[in-house]
Every structure is written in C-alpha cells, then in structure tokens.
Ligand binder design. Structure first.
Ligand SMILES: O=P(O)(O)OC[C@H]1O[C@H](O[C@H]2O[C@H](CO)[C@@H](O)[C@H](O)[C@H]2O)[C@H](O)[C@@H](O)[C@@H]1O
Ligand SMILES: [Mg+2]
Length: 268
C-alpha cells in the first residue's frame, strides 16, 4: 500500500537528478572531472563524418567549464585526435582519440599507435570499397580506418562481410569496433575506459569523481570505469537503448544545455 512515507523517499525524477548534478558541479567544482564523447554527445550526428557542425558558443562554453573545473575536462572520442583538435581550434583540450588509442599528455606530447604494415595494406585496399559499393564512405584515421554506411544502410551486410575479411587479414593487434552506421578497424591495446583511467591518474583529474557522457557502444568502457569508481555515467539516447550508464539525457542539445547551465550559473 502506498503511504505518505514512501512518497517522501521516492527517487528524484531524471530532471531533478540532472538539476542536482548541475548544482553540485556549480558549487563544488573541485570534486569533479568531466569526460565528453564528441559525435552524438556534444555534437548532433550528421549524414557524413565531415558534415558535423560545432554550434556557436559551444567551444566558449567548454572552455569556461574547463576553467571552472581547473582544467579537469577531457574529450574522449573515436575521432583521430588531430581531427578532434580542429573542431575546437585554436583551443587545445585534453583529448583521447581513436577510442583511447591516442592521448595527449599534460606536457603536450601525444601517445600514438604505430600502424603495422599489414594494417596499412588492408587500409589501402578498403579505400577502394566505394568502387564496389557506391555510397559507402571510408574514413582514414591514421592508425584506424572506419567504413560508414549511413547513406546506404541496405549495404550494412556487405560492409560487415568486407570488414570481417579485412580484420582477419590485419592479424594481431587490431579489433573490429562497432558504431552507429559504421564499422572500424582500430588497435586493440586501448579503449575509452583506459583513457579515463590514465587521465584520472594525472593532475588536475586525479582524486576527482569522474562524470562521463557518451552515446555509443565504445562509451560503455568509460561507463564501466566510472561506475566502478562511484562516478556518474550519462548515456545520450533513448530509454530503450542498451547501456550500463546510470543516467540519461535524450540528445546532444540536452548535453549542451547542461554545459551552458553550469557555465551561466557560475557566472551569475
Ligand atoms: O566517439 P565519438 O566521438 O562519438 O566518435 C565516434 C565516431 O564518430 C564519427 O562517426 C559518427 O558520426 C558521423 C557524423 O555525425 C556519422 O555520419 C556516422 O554515421 C557516425 O558513426 C566518426 O566519423 C568516427 O570516426 C568516430 O569513430
Ligand atoms: Mg559518440
């Protein structure tokens, strides 16, 4: 039977939960480290990798939020680090690219994966895939390669088959990464969880509670680490999406609104 007491101790609504989190980050910034995925989290998804838009004001808001956190804000993306840098240029955020395979260190040096000869050969062959499958798009990311079929979803099975053949040819040291209308071959020696762990071992991130935002399969590794560390994992997407994240925002605009809200509350 429901009574007044059960009502009082009921869980806060998702909106209240996010509002409480915003209030905590505003009032106690020294407690938190924030980690953002890029595509589908900070930025709306687009038809092709190069068609994404960084909304006006987002870079400034991220810079302000980073300053509020004394620098404890990093981007953790499947994009190549060098490409991710261009999105927020000339600012240089701490960034882990290629799903954690590349990472800029505090001193500015970048840890990178060295592609094997086998990988480079396979990448070259994959570049010709659009000749057999028009509409498929091959994204050369240096030490990784992505094959997109967002514009030709009916070719998903053909891309899957081509990528299974390709990964078998590449051999050890690489893995097949699933994503949104994309399959990638990337080094298997790292993931986004490992990137977070590495950041959390360094100042200004060390000793802080991690909060991670992500929308895709690759972000589950960050959520796993964050959940284990008692942090906050926030999935961007529908309530029916399969995720181990414990909180949810519906779309990238909601993430941008949350960032703007922290920044404005801090300024006023
Ligand atoms: O980890 P992320 O920052 O989310 O990067 C994941 C992949 O994002 C990009 O592909 C996705 O976004 C494209 C642009 O919106 C979209 O056209 C594509 O269908 C998505 O899969 C990027 O191109 C990949 O390299 C990233 O791994
Ligand atoms: Mg994403």
């Amino acid at each position: 039977m429901t009574n007044a007491q059960t009502t009082e101790i009921s869980e806060p609504s998702p909106r209240e939960t996010i509002a409480n989190l915003i209030a905590s980050i505003v009032s106690e910034p020294e407690r938190y480290a924030l980690f953002f995925d890029i595509d589908g989290t900070l930025l709306d998804l687009a038809e092709t990798p190069d068609a994404i838009k960084v909304p006006e004001g987002l870079t400034d808001d991220l810079i302000a939020l980073s300053a509020h956190l004394n620098g404890a804000l990093a981007l953790v993306t499947g994009r190549a680090l060098s490409y991710a840098d261009t999105l927020f240029s000339p600012h240089r955020f701490p960034i882990a690219g290629l799903h954690g395979t590349e990472r800029r260190l505090l001193d500015g040096n970048i840890i990178r994966a060295e592609p094997t000869a086998e990988f480079l050969e396979v990448k070259q062959r994959l570049a010709t895939l659009p000749e057999s499958f028009p509409g498929v798009l091959v994204e050369d990311k240096g030490a990784a390669v992505a094959v997109h079929f967002r514009q030709v979803p009916e070719l998903a099975n053909h891309v899957g088959e081509a990528m299974r053949v390709a990964i078998a040819k590449v051999g050890a040291g690489y893995t097949l990464q699933h994503g949104k209308m994309v399959l990638e071959i990337r080094p298997d020696n790292a993931d986004k969880g490992g990137a977070l762990e590495a950041y959390l071992a360094e100042p200004p991130f060390a000793g802080r509670i991690p909060i991670a935002f992500g929308d895709d399969v690759t972000d589950e590794a960050m959520f796993k680490l964050v959940n284990a560390k008692g942090g906050k994992s926030i999935h961007i997407g529908a309530p029916t999406d399969s995720t181990i994240a414990r909180k949810r925002l519906s779309r990238p605009q909601a993430v941008r609104d949350m960032i703007a809200s922290i920044v404005r509350k801090r300024l006023y």
